[in-house]
Design a binder for this molecule. Structure first.
Ligand code: ARG
Length: 588
């Protein structure tokens, strides 16, 4: 509706603007005023154009109002306010008409024109042989939402799990786990069952401590790394087994979280191993590479250390090994040349902000991007804190294991469901507990402005009131129950919506803002915009439901209209939650 409205305003005012000699007014947009008393939309164009028109803003506004008032079908009222604002009050039939058109559309999200923008989302990106901890939660779920949203808007999305799977830590695990793997295989044991990720992590911790005290161990691991990187088949075989054991556990958690990453999306550091030398050679060709203390580096003027000394990006270390950054530079070449990415989005915690700034700048400066105007965006996020406001840790001070945290969320959600709806079958209770528990954890994270740290609190995230997943899920289930009670098929129900009360009108207007919220998430890469929208929508539905009887309404046309509005609210909530990777149960 907003688009149609803006087009109408542009057309209506073209003549007036021409008389004032104003050529460029393409920027004119409408705002939703915070106070409904100031209309459904407001325009601040008169103030912006007054100078170009050589006319006082209030006078220009009055003339614009006079012109817009002729659009009787559109506006119930148009008025000048304050220093030259224009308040627009829509006619109810415009709202009804736009709303009914929207409801009839199959898809709630409008597709981008011209096939969209080829987008890569680099997220989750776990490290092999380490269990996922809460730090990985944010990248995984924020990245997953961004991928869903950008994809839903019609852009081809490639998900990339940039695994940390090629470096000294891997060599250390291979060295330590190798004999264990051989022993299990010799007695024809079940490798996946006997060598868990937890065990691998334990081995890794052991060997990394050992390397510090024992130079012989360190040397042996270093040798493993050389053999691995030179493609030694025995090393590669062990490496492969360790990667699969690790990822099996990671996928168990992805599935629990309903995150869309699959094996096909794995494109870890190892993937780029044969492209590293080439990448460094290409950087060299740019003439921007210098040797500094034996290492090969790129210095850019914009990066300085605290003391003002130049800050290098090291692309190859003194011993010939490549850096974390070299992998990213190789990946950038590959992603622009082979995957033809037009936009690449990296989701990691804020501590990597400088890393990405440097990598993006170096990639542009040395010209390794196959598509020079590719958009490169880092999506940083803050830390999850415990109730003590310090980074979330177990009582013994260790990182909290994600798997344990999710199990506890489900268990607590089960208690909530049991209390709220004791009549559900045991099986349904368990299913709803999973949906609500996981949804609550994800939503508590997504609904924060991602740059901020936030305090992890089971009680708050599972509350049925407030900006939580259970609140939205409950609103959804409640609408489904209205239809169940009436014996109506919610998926088939259709009726024309009409405005008979202000709460209906407000809810219809709110529903028409959904697409805008989705677009804003894709542009700003901030899922909380959609969360806030859904929360406001649910609140709007509550007021509607308070004031507008649905099933007990005697006027059949109004009753059906209210059912239609409720049903579309249900669809919008479900679609919004789906984009957030959260299920919407029909009863809870
Ligand atoms: N594995 C890295 C870590 O755990 C994150 C990788 C992010 N992606 C990238 N292309 N650098 O810190």
């Amino acid at each position: 509706m907003k688009k149609r409205l803006i087009t109408l305003i542009h057309q209506n005012l073209a003549g007036l603007f021409a008389r004032y000699g104003i050529e460029d007014y393409s920027f004119i947009d409408v705002q939703v005023p915070p106070d409904k008393a100031n209309g459904d939309f407001s325009l601040n164009a008169a103030m912006k154009l007054a100078k170009a028109a050589k006319c006082a803003p209030q006078k220009l506004a009055a003339e614009m109002v006079a012109s817009l008032e002729t659009e009787k079908d559109w506006f119930a009222r148009v008025e000048v306010a304050g220093p030259g604002f224009i308040n627009l009050f829509l006619a109810n039939n415009v709202i009804e008409d736009s709303f009914n058109k929207l409801v009839a559309q199959k898809d709630l999200v409008e597709q981008a024109a011209a096939g969209g923008e080829a987008t890569i989302i680099d997220y989750s990106s776990v490290n092999i042989a380490k269990q996922m901890h809460v730090g990985h939660l944010r990248s995984t779920i924020i990245g997953d939402v961004l991928a869903r949203v950008i994809e839903a808007l019609g852009n081809p999305v490639v998900r990339q799990n940039h695994l940390g799977d090629w470096g000294l830590p891997m060599a250390m695990v291979i060295w330590k786990a190798g004999p264990e793997i051989a022993a299990i295989e010799q007695r024809k044991g079940d490798l996946a069952r006997e060598l868990t990720l937890a065990r691998l992590e334990e081995l890794y911790k052991g060997v990394s401590a050992e390397c510090k005290d024992n130079p012989a161990t360190a040397a042996a691991c270093a040798e493993c790394l050389v053999r691995l990187q030179n493609g030694d088949s025995q090393m590669l075989d062990l490496w492969h087994k360790i990667v699969r054991i690790s990822m099996a556990e990671v996928y168990r958690i992805y599935r629990l979280l309903d995150v869309k990453l699959v094996e096909e999306n794995e494109c870890g550091e190892s993937f780029y191993r044969d492209m590293l030398a080439e990448t460094v050679a290409e950087i060299d060709k740019s003439g921007k590479m210098v040797e500094s203390q034996g290492a090969r580096c790129v210095f850019l003027d914009e990066f300085k250390g605290k003391d003002g000394s130049p800050l290098p990006v090291i692309v190859q270390k003194t011993d010939g090994a490549f850096n974390y950054g070299t992998f990213d530079l190789a990946a950038l070449r590959y992603r622009t040349a082979k995957l033809k990415a037009q936009r690449i989005v990296y989701v990691t915690d804020a501590r990597q902000a400088l890393h990405f700034k440097q990598i993006f700048a170096v990639a542009r400066a040395v010209g390794i991007l196959a598509l020079p105007d590719v958009k490169l965006e880092h999506v940083p996020f803050g830390t999850i804190l415990g109730e003590d406001n310090k980074p979330l840790k177990t009582r013994s001070g260790e990182n909290v294991k994600l798997a344990e945290l999710l199990d506890e969320a489900i268990e607590r959600a089960y208690q909530v469901v049991k209390e709220k709806n004791p009549g559900l079958s045991e099986e349904r209770k368990k299913e709803v507990a999973r949906i609500v528990g996981i949804g609550a954890v994800k939503y508590a994270d997504l609904s924060q402005n991602r740059n901020n740290d936030y305090v992890f609190s089971f009680d708050r995230m599972l509350a049925l009131n407030g900006n939580t997943a259970p609140y939205l899920q409950y609103a959804h289930a409640r609408i489904c129950s209205i239809f169940r009670k009436a014996g109506l098929d919610i998926d088939a129900f259709a009726a024309a919506a009409v405005v008979s009360q202000v709460e209906e009108r407000d809810l219809m207007m709110k529903l028409m803002e959904f697409n805008q919220a989705v677009v804003a998430v894709a542009i700003e890469l901030r899922p909380h915009i959609l969360c806030n929208y859904l929360y406001e929508l649910a609140a709007c539905f509550s007021s509607f439901y308070d004031k507008c009887p649905v099933l007990s309404c005697e006027d059949a046309k109004v009753r059906d209209s209210r059912l239609a509005i409720s049903n579309f609210t249900r669809r919008t909530l479900a679609k919004g939650l789906e984009l957030l990777g959260i299920s919407a149960p029909r009863e809870m």
